[in-house]
Design a protein around this ligand. Structure first.
Ligand code: ACO
Length: 321
């Protein structure tokens, strides 16, 4: 039994924050941001809007596309590193909002790889026969923990959510998933405070993303190169067998490096980072939903999904849509 993508959905908050606006906040320029990252604008949640609010909209759209009712879902997994509260998990909050009944519901925190990790877990449940219809969501409000005076990070991130409904099917869907982590790189991209280390008395609870961007960049390019090789080898496929690359949307230069490694033309690569920046766990499902709704990706085509993020974590999924 395979896990097949039955429907996808995504949601971006209304507020657009342009590079030009950031010029008045930190010492940066529209040109620098575009050239170094490919980002033109990002979305920012409204006051009071939460990760669960974004996840709810994306999930409703995915359920509609899959032509399923909330009560049809028998497992919910949410990839997020910015949950509403420590607990209940965002998955439990979302389960209640959507009226999913009493299906299992839990969060996965793997930073930007959160959706690929969640998809990998869902795939194991479907293959094992313990779940038939899984709702997988990636949702983030990263802007809530940005240091808006740090030009090295605040220009990169944005808020959003994406979702996919995976259904058990004898026809091939997800062919394989591959997840990895190396906690030895934890210091290159992190927050310094948390529940058991204590919070500081600052707005936002003192949680702030810090990153050694240049070092992250180099490891990301090398690691993504290795994971695509691993994924192709596991399926005895050649680079030329792939129809689409749906990468984590962090930086256009990293995306181009991975496409080059795969000898894929940029026409076969889904790029949405220009419109929403790095939305962490929401990034891959946002790009996937765009690829499907825009009509680029067609049923039967082979997609390589990949992500890299804080931890470090990384992963890939090879999927027949
Ligand atoms: N505007 C203008 N100048 C800037 C800015 C900015 N926003 N940010 C940094 N600079 C400056 C630096 O201070 C530096 O100046 P100097 O030469 O005078 O010292 C110069 O630009 C070059 O800085 P680098 O860090 O070397 O620039 P780089 O080309 O590496 O680009 C970037 C920086 C965009 C952060 C890049 O390194 C990157 O994308 N890194 C990877 C981020 C990523 O992929 N994260 C994925 C995981 S995210 C997650 O898991 C939550």
């Amino acid at each position: 039994m395979y896990a097949r993508i039955a429907g996808t959905g995504s949601y971006l908050p209304e507020r657009v924050l342009t590079n030009r606006e950031l010029e008045s906040m930190v010492d940066t320029s529209d040109q620098w941001i575009r050239e170094r990252t490919g980002i033109c604008e990002r979305r920012v949640v409204a006051d009071g809007q939460t990760t669960c609010d974004l996840a709810e909209q994306a999930a409703l759209r995915a359920l509609e596309a899959a032509e399923l009712k909330p009560s049809d879902i028998d497992l919910l997994i949410v990839g997020t590193t910015t949950p509403n509260v420590v607990f209940p998990s965002t998955a439990c909050l979302l389960q209640h909002r959507l009226g999913l009944g009493e299906c299992g519901a839990f969060d996965v925190n793997a930073a930007c790889s959160g959706f690929i990790y969640a998809m990998s877990v869902a795939d194991q449940f479907v293959r094992a026969g313990t779940a038939k219809r899984v709702l997988v969501v990636g949702a983030e409000t990263l802007t809530r923990m940005l240091d808006w005076s740090d030009r090295g990070t605040c220009v990169l991130f944005g808020d959003g959510a994406g979702a996919a409904v995976l259904c058990a099917d004898p026809e091939p869907g997800i062919l394989s998933t591959h997840i990895h982590a190396n906690g030895g790189y934890g210091d290159l991209l992190k927050t310094d405070v948390g529940v058991s280390t204590g919070f500081k008395a600052e707005p936002g609870g003192g949680v702030r993303v810090s990153m050694r961007g240049n070092e992250v960049f180099k490891v990301a390019v090398n690691t993504l190169g290795r994971i695509v090789d691993e994924t192709l080898a596991a399926n005895q496929l050649e680079k030329s067998d792939l129809d689409w690359l749906i990468p984590h949307q962090a930086n256009l230069r990293i995306i181009k490096a991975t496409a080059k490694k795969l000898q894929m033309s940029m026409d076969q690569v889904i790029v949405t980072v220009d419109r929403h920046g790095n939305t962490s766990a929401a990034s891959v499902p946002l790009a996937l939903d765009h690829a499907i709704r825009s009509g680029k990706v067609q049923r039967g085509e082979k997609l390589l999904l990949e992500a890299f993020g804080g931890g470090f974590t990384w992963g890939a999924a090879l999927v027949i849509y």
